[in-house]
Design a protein around this ligand. Structure first.
Ligand code: GUN
Length: 287
Protein backbone atom coordinates (compact mmCIF):
# COMPACT_ATOMS: atom_id res chain seq x y z
CA UNK A 1 0.00 0.00 0.00
CA UNK A 2 1.27 3.46 -0.88
CA UNK A 3 2.79 5.32 2.03
CA UNK A 4 0.58 8.42 1.80
CA UNK A 5 -2.69 6.49 1.63
CA UNK A 6 -5.28 7.08 4.40
CA UNK A 7 -6.69 3.58 4.79
CA UNK A 8 -10.30 3.78 6.01
CA UNK A 9 -10.77 0.05 5.89
CA UNK A 10 -7.87 -0.59 8.29
CA UNK A 11 -8.93 2.22 10.67
CA UNK A 12 -12.50 0.97 10.57
CA UNK A 13 -11.41 -2.57 11.45
CA UNK A 14 -9.39 -1.30 14.43
CA UNK A 15 -12.21 0.93 15.70
CA UNK A 16 -14.83 -1.80 15.29
CA UNK A 17 -12.69 -4.30 17.23
CA UNK A 18 -12.56 -1.87 20.18
CA UNK A 19 -16.30 -1.18 19.89
CA UNK A 20 -17.10 -4.92 19.90
CA UNK A 21 -15.48 -5.21 23.35
CA UNK A 22 -17.29 -2.06 24.50
CA UNK A 23 -20.69 -3.40 23.36
CA UNK A 24 -20.04 -6.71 25.13
CA UNK A 25 -19.16 -4.92 28.39
CA UNK A 26 -22.17 -2.56 28.13
CA UNK A 27 -24.53 -5.46 27.39
CA UNK A 28 -23.24 -7.35 30.44
CA UNK A 29 -23.59 -4.34 32.72
CA UNK A 30 -27.03 -3.26 31.55
CA UNK A 31 -28.67 -6.53 30.56
CA UNK A 32 -29.33 -5.46 27.00
CA UNK A 33 -27.39 -4.50 23.89
CA UNK A 34 -27.60 -1.08 22.20
CA UNK A 35 -30.40 -1.12 19.58
CA UNK A 36 -30.55 0.55 16.16
CA UNK A 37 -33.76 0.80 14.11
CA UNK A 38 -33.21 1.29 10.37
CA UNK A 39 -36.10 2.39 8.17
CA UNK A 40 -35.93 2.04 4.39
CA UNK A 41 -38.85 3.31 2.32
CA UNK A 42 -38.97 1.84 -1.20
CA UNK A 43 -36.63 -0.45 -3.11
CA UNK A 44 -33.77 1.73 -4.38
CA UNK A 45 -30.97 -0.82 -4.98
CA UNK A 46 -28.14 1.41 -3.69
CA UNK A 47 -30.10 2.21 -0.51
CA UNK A 48 -30.82 -1.51 -0.01
CA UNK A 49 -27.08 -2.22 -0.09
CA UNK A 50 -26.32 0.61 2.38
CA UNK A 51 -29.03 -0.58 4.76
CA UNK A 52 -27.82 -4.18 4.55
CA UNK A 53 -24.26 -3.06 5.31
CA UNK A 54 -25.52 -1.11 8.33
CA UNK A 55 -27.38 -4.18 9.65
CA UNK A 56 -24.31 -6.39 9.08
CA UNK A 57 -22.14 -3.83 10.88
CA UNK A 58 -24.49 -3.97 13.87
CA UNK A 59 -24.54 -7.77 13.95
CA UNK A 60 -20.76 -7.92 13.81
CA UNK A 61 -20.51 -5.72 16.94
CA UNK A 62 -23.35 -7.26 18.92
CA UNK A 63 -25.63 -4.23 18.44
CA UNK A 64 -29.30 -5.21 18.15
CA UNK A 65 -30.53 -4.11 14.72
CA UNK A 66 -34.21 -3.78 13.85
CA UNK A 67 -35.05 -3.42 10.14
CA UNK A 68 -38.19 -1.67 8.96
CA UNK A 69 -38.51 -2.08 5.18
CA UNK A 70 -41.56 -0.12 3.99
CA UNK A 71 -43.24 -0.04 0.55
CA UNK A 72 -42.43 2.87 -1.80
CA UNK A 73 -46.01 4.23 -1.48
CA UNK A 74 -45.77 4.57 2.32
CA UNK A 75 -47.50 7.74 3.50
CA UNK A 76 -45.90 10.49 5.52
CA UNK A 77 -48.44 9.86 8.27
CA UNK A 78 -47.58 6.15 8.49
CA UNK A 79 -43.86 6.91 8.66
CA UNK A 80 -44.41 9.56 11.35
CA UNK A 81 -46.45 6.99 13.31
CA UNK A 82 -43.61 4.45 13.17
CA UNK A 83 -41.04 7.06 14.25
CA UNK A 84 -43.31 8.01 17.15
CA UNK A 85 -43.39 4.37 18.29
CA UNK A 86 -39.60 3.99 17.95
CA UNK A 87 -39.06 7.23 19.89
CA UNK A 88 -40.98 5.64 22.78
CA UNK A 89 -39.42 2.17 22.52
CA UNK A 90 -36.93 1.73 25.40
CA UNK A 91 -34.93 -0.93 23.51
CA UNK A 92 -34.28 1.44 20.59
CA UNK A 93 -31.30 3.79 21.10
CA UNK A 94 -30.83 4.90 17.50
CA UNK A 95 -33.27 5.62 14.66
CA UNK A 96 -32.14 6.05 11.07
CA UNK A 97 -34.30 6.76 8.03
CA UNK A 98 -32.29 5.96 4.91
CA UNK A 99 -32.25 8.89 2.47
CA UNK A 100 -33.44 9.73 -0.12
CA UNK A 101 -37.11 9.08 0.66
CA UNK A 102 -39.85 8.93 -2.04
CA UNK A 103 -41.29 12.27 -3.13
CA UNK A 104 -44.59 12.00 -1.20
CA UNK A 105 -42.52 12.15 1.99
CA UNK A 106 -41.10 15.39 3.40
CA UNK A 107 -37.59 14.42 4.52
CA UNK A 108 -37.13 17.49 6.75
CA UNK A 109 -40.34 16.75 8.67
CA UNK A 110 -39.27 13.12 9.12
CA UNK A 111 -35.83 14.10 10.43
CA UNK A 112 -37.40 16.59 12.85
CA UNK A 113 -39.77 13.91 14.16
CA UNK A 114 -36.89 11.72 15.39
CA UNK A 115 -36.00 12.12 19.08
CA UNK A 116 -32.69 14.10 18.90
CA UNK A 117 -31.21 11.71 21.50
CA UNK A 118 -31.85 8.83 19.07
CA UNK A 119 -30.78 10.74 15.92
CA UNK A 120 -27.67 8.66 15.17
CA UNK A 121 -27.33 10.29 11.72
CA UNK A 122 -26.88 13.67 13.45
CA UNK A 123 -29.25 15.30 10.94
CA UNK A 124 -31.86 16.70 13.36
CA UNK A 125 -31.68 20.52 13.62
CA UNK A 126 -30.94 20.08 17.34
CA UNK A 127 -27.78 18.07 16.61
CA UNK A 128 -26.83 20.35 13.69
CA UNK A 129 -27.23 23.33 16.04
CA UNK A 130 -25.17 21.67 18.76
CA UNK A 131 -22.27 21.12 16.35
CA UNK A 132 -22.58 24.68 15.01
CA UNK A 133 -22.52 26.02 18.58
CA UNK A 134 -19.32 24.07 19.44
CA UNK A 135 -21.15 21.71 21.80
CA UNK A 136 -21.46 18.63 19.57
CA UNK A 137 -23.87 15.89 20.63
CA UNK A 138 -24.59 13.22 17.98
CA UNK A 139 -22.41 14.15 14.98
CA UNK A 140 -23.13 13.42 11.29
CA UNK A 141 -21.38 10.14 10.47
CA UNK A 142 -19.48 10.91 7.25
CA UNK A 143 -17.83 14.17 8.43
CA UNK A 144 -17.12 12.53 11.81
CA UNK A 145 -15.42 9.64 9.97
CA UNK A 146 -13.43 12.11 7.84
CA UNK A 147 -12.17 13.78 11.03
CA UNK A 148 -10.98 10.39 12.36
CA UNK A 149 -9.10 9.82 9.08
CA UNK A 150 -7.55 13.31 9.21
CA UNK A 151 -6.44 12.62 12.80
CA UNK A 152 -4.41 9.69 11.43
CA UNK A 153 -2.13 12.18 9.64
CA UNK A 154 -1.07 13.77 12.95
CA UNK A 155 -1.41 17.21 11.28
CA UNK A 156 -2.64 20.00 13.59
CA UNK A 157 -5.45 21.78 11.71
CA UNK A 158 -5.20 25.09 13.61
CA UNK A 159 -4.79 27.86 11.04
CA UNK A 160 -4.75 25.49 8.06
CA UNK A 161 -6.68 26.35 4.87
CA UNK A 162 -9.47 23.79 4.42
CA UNK A 163 -11.57 23.77 1.24
CA UNK A 164 -14.73 21.69 0.99
CA UNK A 165 -16.19 20.90 -2.41
CA UNK A 166 -19.96 20.46 -2.05
CA UNK A 167 -22.43 22.05 0.37
CA UNK A 168 -24.85 19.19 1.16
CA UNK A 169 -26.59 18.80 4.51
CA UNK A 170 -25.14 15.29 4.86
CA UNK A 171 -21.47 16.09 4.22
CA UNK A 172 -20.32 19.56 3.11
CA UNK A 173 -22.04 21.74 5.71
CA UNK A 174 -21.39 19.59 8.81
CA UNK A 175 -17.82 18.97 7.55
CA UNK A 176 -17.29 22.74 7.60
CA UNK A 177 -18.45 22.89 11.22
CA UNK A 178 -16.15 20.00 12.22
CA UNK A 179 -13.14 21.67 10.58
CA UNK A 180 -13.99 25.06 12.10
CA UNK A 181 -14.18 23.36 15.51
CA UNK A 182 -10.71 21.92 14.82
CA UNK A 183 -9.31 25.42 14.17
CA UNK A 184 -9.06 25.40 10.37
CA UNK A 185 -9.91 28.37 8.12
CA UNK A 186 -12.78 26.93 6.14
CA UNK A 187 -14.18 27.60 2.66
CA UNK A 188 -17.23 25.76 1.34
CA UNK A 189 -17.39 25.69 -2.46
CA UNK A 190 -20.54 24.66 -4.34
CA UNK A 191 -22.21 24.61 -7.74
CA UNK A 192 -22.14 28.43 -8.04
CA UNK A 193 -18.50 28.82 -7.03
CA UNK A 194 -16.35 30.62 -9.58
CA UNK A 195 -12.84 29.28 -10.16
CA UNK A 196 -12.96 26.10 -8.11
CA UNK A 197 -9.37 25.39 -9.19
CA UNK A 198 -8.07 28.53 -7.43
CA UNK A 199 -9.79 27.58 -4.16
CA UNK A 200 -8.48 24.01 -4.23
CA UNK A 201 -4.96 25.17 -5.15
CA UNK A 202 -4.50 27.08 -1.86
CA UNK A 203 -5.93 24.31 0.33
CA UNK A 204 -3.81 22.47 2.90
CA UNK A 205 -6.82 20.15 3.22
CA UNK A 206 -9.39 19.34 0.52
CA UNK A 207 -12.63 17.47 1.23
CA UNK A 208 -14.38 16.52 -2.02
CA UNK A 209 -18.07 15.69 -1.61
CA UNK A 210 -19.82 16.74 -4.81
CA UNK A 211 -20.74 13.35 -6.29
CA UNK A 212 -19.07 14.17 -9.61
CA UNK A 213 -16.35 11.76 -10.76
CA UNK A 214 -12.98 13.39 -11.33
CA UNK A 215 -14.27 16.93 -10.63
CA UNK A 216 -11.13 17.83 -8.65
CA UNK A 217 -8.09 17.65 -10.93
CA UNK A 218 -4.82 16.27 -9.64
CA UNK A 219 -2.87 19.27 -10.90
CA UNK A 220 -4.93 21.60 -8.64
CA UNK A 221 -3.70 19.91 -5.45
CA UNK A 222 -1.17 21.88 -3.39
CA UNK A 223 1.93 19.71 -2.87
CA UNK A 224 1.72 17.99 0.52
CA UNK A 225 -2.02 18.66 1.01
CA UNK A 226 -4.38 16.23 2.75
CA UNK A 227 -7.05 15.03 0.27
CA UNK A 228 -10.24 13.43 1.59
CA UNK A 229 -12.44 12.04 -1.19
CA UNK A 230 -16.04 11.39 -0.11
CA UNK A 231 -17.29 10.70 -3.66
CA UNK A 232 -18.31 7.17 -4.58
CA UNK A 233 -19.31 7.26 -8.25
CA UNK A 234 -20.13 4.24 -10.42
CA UNK A 235 -18.52 4.65 -13.86
CA UNK A 236 -20.07 3.24 -17.08
CA UNK A 237 -17.54 0.37 -17.03
CA UNK A 238 -18.84 -0.63 -13.57
CA UNK A 239 -15.77 0.55 -11.62
CA UNK A 240 -15.91 3.02 -8.70
CA UNK A 241 -14.30 6.45 -8.82
CA UNK A 242 -14.08 9.33 -6.37
CA UNK A 243 -14.58 13.04 -6.98
CA UNK A 244 -10.79 13.50 -7.16
CA UNK A 245 -8.56 12.40 -10.06
CA UNK A 246 -6.68 9.88 -7.95
CA UNK A 247 -3.71 8.97 -10.18
CA UNK A 248 -2.48 12.56 -10.53
CA UNK A 249 -3.62 13.83 -7.11
CA UNK A 250 -1.87 11.03 -5.21
CA UNK A 251 1.48 12.11 -6.71
CA UNK A 252 1.11 15.60 -5.17
CA UNK A 253 -0.85 14.96 -1.97
CA UNK A 254 0.81 14.43 1.39
CA UNK A 255 -2.09 12.17 2.33
CA UNK A 256 -5.03 10.91 0.28
CA UNK A 257 -8.00 8.56 0.77
CA UNK A 258 -8.57 5.84 -1.85
CA UNK A 259 -12.00 5.08 -3.37
CA UNK A 260 -13.14 2.53 -2.41
CA UNK A 261 -11.58 1.85 1.01
CA UNK A 262 -11.20 5.42 2.28
CA UNK A 263 -14.16 7.37 3.66
CA UNK A 264 -16.79 4.71 2.77
CA UNK A 265 -16.05 2.19 5.54
CA UNK A 266 -15.78 5.01 8.12
CA UNK A 267 -19.37 6.23 7.66
CA UNK A 268 -20.91 3.01 8.98
CA UNK A 269 -18.24 2.75 11.69
CA UNK A 270 -19.24 6.19 12.99
CA UNK A 271 -22.93 5.23 12.82
CA UNK A 272 -22.13 2.30 15.09
CA UNK A 273 -20.11 4.61 17.37
CA UNK A 274 -23.07 7.03 17.52
CA UNK A 275 -25.42 4.16 18.42
CA UNK A 276 -23.17 3.25 21.35
CA UNK A 277 -23.00 6.94 22.39
CA UNK A 278 -26.80 7.23 22.21
CA UNK A 279 -27.14 4.08 24.36
CA UNK A 280 -24.67 5.42 26.93
CA UNK A 281 -26.41 8.80 27.06
CA UNK A 282 -29.83 7.21 27.51
CA UNK A 283 -28.61 4.86 30.21
CA UNK A 284 -26.75 7.70 31.95
CA UNK A 285 -23.27 6.23 31.52
CA UNK A 286 -21.13 8.80 29.75
CA UNK A 287 -17.56 8.00 30.79
N1 GUN B 1 -28.09 8.49 2.36
C1 GUN B 1 -26.82 8.76 1.97
N2 GUN B 1 -26.02 8.91 3.06
C2 GUN B 1 -26.81 8.74 4.14
C3 GUN B 1 -26.56 8.77 5.54
O1 GUN B 1 -25.44 9.01 6.02
N3 GUN B 1 -27.64 8.52 6.33
C4 GUN B 1 -28.87 8.29 5.83
N4 GUN B 1 -29.87 8.08 6.70
N5 GUN B 1 -29.14 8.25 4.55
C5 GUN B 1 -28.11 8.48 3.70
Amino acid sequence: MKQNLLDGKALSTRMRAAMRDEVAALSRRHGRAPGLAVILVGDDPASQIYVRNKANGCRDLGIHSISHPLPSDTSQQHLLGLIGELNQDPKVDGILVQLPVPEQIDAEAIIEAIDPGKDVDGFHPYNVGRLTSRIPALRPCTPYGCMKLIAQTGVDLHGKEAVIVGASNIVGRPMAMELLLAGATVTITHRFTEDLAAHVARADLVVAAAGKPGLVKGEWIKPGAIVIDVGINRLPDGSLAGDVEFATASKRAGWITPVPGGVGPMTITMLLANTITAFRNRIGETD
